[in-house]
Ligand binder design. Sequence first.
Ligand code: FE
Length: 173
Amino acid sequence: MKKTITYTVLLLLITAGSFAQNERSANDHAHNPWYSNTDTTRLQVSNTEWKKILSADLYAVAREKDTERPFTGKYWKSTIRGTYYCAVCGNMLFRSDTKFASTCGWPSFYEPVRKTSVRYQPDDSYNMHRTEVLCGRCDSHLGHIFDDGPPPTHKRFCMNAISLNFEQDVKKK
Ligand code: FE
């Protein structure tokens, strides 16, 4: 009996610990000295440095141009009002007003907050001609842009949810 209780307590502690770890890696930027929602100065931080700071999943997408599996990211279906920031550096990227229901399985927007929020570069990988979208502040890979979006821009910024950090609008009282 005593043994069972000890094992149960141990299991609970381990579970609580892993939840705390997940919570920390998703939302706590205290360990990231470059994270800012207001500073728009361009960053030049080496991948060696980013690797020490970012979670392995975010590093793979943001710094090694990996793509998360469609319909798995946390924001692809979201319709909550708020702002999407770069998950690596905190740069303001998209407003929820420009997000649209896309069937591709990744969060999709028709326009960034500012022209300088993002930058573009040709991507000819996988025998395709695509345009890659990168964070305008830290050059992290966000996703790609396509010409099949809705009005008024007819663009589709197809983003990896893991590269985004969402902050909900504070409701007015
Ligand atoms: Fe960034």
